[in-house]
Design a binder for this molecule. Structure first.
Ligand SMILES: [Zn+2]
Length: 339
């Protein structure tokens, strides 16, 4: 089943981290990390609704000013998520400019910022253009099982990793796809129509098999209706397949607590984007900087049961010599070597 989104690393593997996720037919996108994003056309930036920032080291957050420049003067709310201290980081960035002429802007840009420390709630604040981007505190929001965002068809979960500072890893999870067998509908003499949408929503809500579904339509001007249970329709006309799960992991120390958190976050991930910054012979250097080697990245992908791995965020010291990093990551991923 094709996923409902497309994935694009904004820069090459030596560039700043940023993973652009564009939803098909919806003119909407989300972003993981906000490094240098000049490679994204303004029309793509204007589609961003939610941005998840792993931590505020410069290569992960440098793109904020460009985003602000492109979106300023637009009627738009952008949700930003980050680790502890992130609201302060956003406030300082916005405080670096003079905002004396923005009160009369017709369209208002709003940043709604959430920071999460791994607990049951996240702190929230908003920054409105017409209020000169002054910080306004909002009530905290509940976070269950690391779910930072949950909406129909989609959720984003996070885990706090140790990068000498807290650093968030993310999992983007699509809801199950519900496909209708059109030929079986025809065999039952049932037409398509809005009732099928209600049927899909009942599945996404997790209703039980005895949940009643009414198929309603008009035939020659006469209202028609037939009753089914959800279980009957699942058997007769539906094919339900799992949605896609994407993982995003950068800047973390290879140790057991981090591995346990990643295992829980990324179980059976379809596609894992993972930093693979250093070669095996620089493992000490990677550990000193609280980063992963390519082999450790491959080993993590293997341990969480990833179906596919995309190594990236290579150290600049390997510029032009990235092939050994890919090879070391692949070898560990396939089980041919250990980190
Ligand atoms: Zn970092």
């Amino acid at each position: 089943m094709k996923p409902s989104f497309q994935l694009q690393l904004v820069n090459d593997p030596f560039g700043d981290p940023a993973l652009y996720v564009e939803f098909l037919f919806r003119k909407r996108a989300i972003l993981f990390d906000l490094g240098d994003i000049h490679a994204l056309a303004p029309r793509k930036l204007l589609r961003l609704s939610h941005i998840f920032v792993s931590h505020a080291h410069m290569d992960h957050f440098y793109g904020f000013d460009y985003l602000l420049r492109v979106c300023l003067g637009r009627a738009k709310t952008i949700h930003l998520y980050g680790p502890s201290g992130f609201i302060d980081r956003v406030e300082h960035r916005l405080g670096g400019y003079t905002w004396n002429l923005v009160e009369n802007y017709v369209d208002e840009l709003v940043f709604r910022v959430q920071e999460w420390d791994g607990g049951d709630t996240m702190r929230c604040a908003k920054f409105r253009c017409r209020h000169r981007f002054a910080r306004e505190s909002l009530p905290p929001e509940r976070v269950a099982e690391g779910e930072l965002l949950k909406e129909p068809g989609l959720k984003v979960r996070a885990a706090v990793l140790d990068h000498k500072i807290p650093c968030l890893a993310f999992a983007l999870e699509e809801s199950r796809h519900v496909n209708i067998w059109k030929n079986r509908l025809d065999e039952l003499g049932l037409p398509t129509g809005p009732w099928l949408q209600a049927l899909k929503q009942a599945i996404w809500r997790g209703e039980r098999d005895d949940f009643p579904i009414e198929a309603r339509w008009r035939e020659n001007g006469v209202a028609q209706m037939r009753r089914f249970t959800l279980g009957e329709l699942k058997e007769k006309i539906l094919r339900i397949v799992p949605g896609m799960k994407v993982g995003y992991v950068v800047d973390t120390l290879y140790n057991e607590p981090n591995l346990r958190r990643l295992k829980s976050l990324l179980e059976s991930v379809d596609c894992l984007y993972i930093e693979a910054g250093f070669a095996r012979d620089a493992a000490d250097s990677a550990a000193e900087k609280y980063h992963l080697t390519a082999a450790q990245a491959g080993q993590i992908a293997r341990r969480v049961g990833a179906k596919r791995m995309v190594p990236f965020h290579f150290s600049a010291r390997y510029a032009g010599e990235e092939n050994p990093l890919y090879r070391e990551a692949e070898a560990a991923f396939s089980g041919m070597s250990c980190p």
